[in-house]
Design a binder for this molecule. Structure first.
Ligand code: ADP
Ligand code: NA
Length: 329
């Protein structure tokens, strides 16, 4: 009954790592290019729920916008904008906050984890998933690509949509989480392949950033933890380190795992790492160049983001006008 609409939010954390790219942003670009209706929102209002540095945040918003554009998010096909530019997000957040309960928010795992990291827990951190629901519902999104750790937040958004529809009349679709579950989309830490690659990893050598120089990428892959067998095979269970490299190699070249492994039969791990590094560098080169290109043209980016915000605002205002009408506001 509802037209298919994809909503993705991403925090402006600065540059992305290879895991974010292969597991999240590239799939969004694929949806966009398959003619899905895709909205990508840089969720800066979410970023202030933890202690932050204002000049750094502003810079990170630009770096994130440049990175998304460089990865192929196309403002002519998708809606790309910064959350705080569309006031309706904060306003709808307030309205939705009366449709759920404190115990329900208190038991969400992300709140429990993050609230442990700060002495005085900000109210914003607590309400965070309500704002996330507002983001999704303002655009009547039907599908939300997320990592597994966000599943409970999507369930909260579903609960808020059901509660709203029940009280005030059928207005919102119940969104579905799209969880990228394939082994292939999971990129592991280069230093500890029992964990996923993550920006919160204390060891920067474990993570490949899209903005890393070719030399740095080669160094990181050269030092990637593998095992004591020198041939190349794909056995994620027994040989997670080597298999992670094979997987990354296959993802960036578009070759199957089998063809990657077949071509590597004569190589030992050291030589193979050089080949993987070349393939990763080759794939990321145009992205890195595009990031730099966009960052040197800030006014163009500001313009693109404002056009995106204008598109988003029109939908958001329509939704919120209807909501206020139904609530007697
Ligand atoms: P991080 O773990 O670096 O903090 P986030 O939790 O912000 O990353 O995730 C942002 C998006 O990137 C999510 O959709 C998540 O599933 C995806 N993602 C994060 N790390 C990886 C990874 N190592 N492999 C594949 N996808 C990932
Ligand atoms: Na995370």
């Amino acid at each position: 009954k509802w037209p298919r609409k994809i909503f993705s939010g991403i925090q402006p954390t600065g540059s992305l790592h290879l895991g974010n790219y292969l597991g999240a942003v590239r799939p969004w670009v694929q949806l966009q290019n398959a003619n899905d209706d895709v909205t990508v929102c840089i969720v800066d209002l979410h970023s202030i729920t933890m202690p932050h540095n204002p000049p750094q945040l502003r810079e990170n918003i630009f770096v994130m916008a440049a990175t998304l554009l460089a990865c192929g998010i196309d403002p002519a096909k998708s809606t790309l904008f910064v959350q705080s530019a569309v006031r309706e997000h904060a306003e709808f957040n307030w309205i939705l906050s009366s449709l759920t309960t404190m115990p329900r928010l208190a038991q969400l795992p992300q709140f429990r984890e993050k609230s442990r990291l700060v002495k005085d827990v900000p109210l914003g951190l607590y309400v965070y998933p309500v704002l996330q629901a507002a983001d999704i519902m303002l655009y009547k999104a039907t599908h939300v690509p997320v990592g597994e750790d966000q599943l409970q937040h999507i369930q909260l958004a579903q609960h808020l949509a059901r509660t709203y529809n029940g009280r005030y009349g059928e207005t919102f679709p119940i969104c579905h989480a799209i969880i990228e579950e394939s082994e292939a989309s999971r990129v592991l830490s280069l230093r500890d392949p029992s964990k996923k690659m993550s920006k919160s990893d204390g060891n920067p050598k474990a993570t490949i950033n899209l903005a890393d120089s070719p030399d740095l990428i080669a160094q990181k892959i050269k030092k990637a933890v593998t095992d004591f067998t020198s041939d190349i095979s794909y056995h994620p269970g027994q040989r997670p380190g080597v298999s992670n490299l094979v997987n990354i190699h296959s993802q960036v070249t578009g070759q199957t795992i089998k063809s990657v492994v077949d071509e590597a039969t004569t190589l030992d791990t050291a030589k193979y790492k050089e080949r993987v590094a070349e393939a990763v560098v080759e794939h990321l080169r145009p992205i890195r160049e595009q990031i730099e290109h966009h960052l040197t043209r800030r006014n163009e980016m500001i313009y693109l983001l404002e056009m995106g915000a204008e598109k988003a605002r029109q939908q958001a205002q329509r939704t919120l006008d209807d909501v206020k009408q139904r609530l007697g506001l």
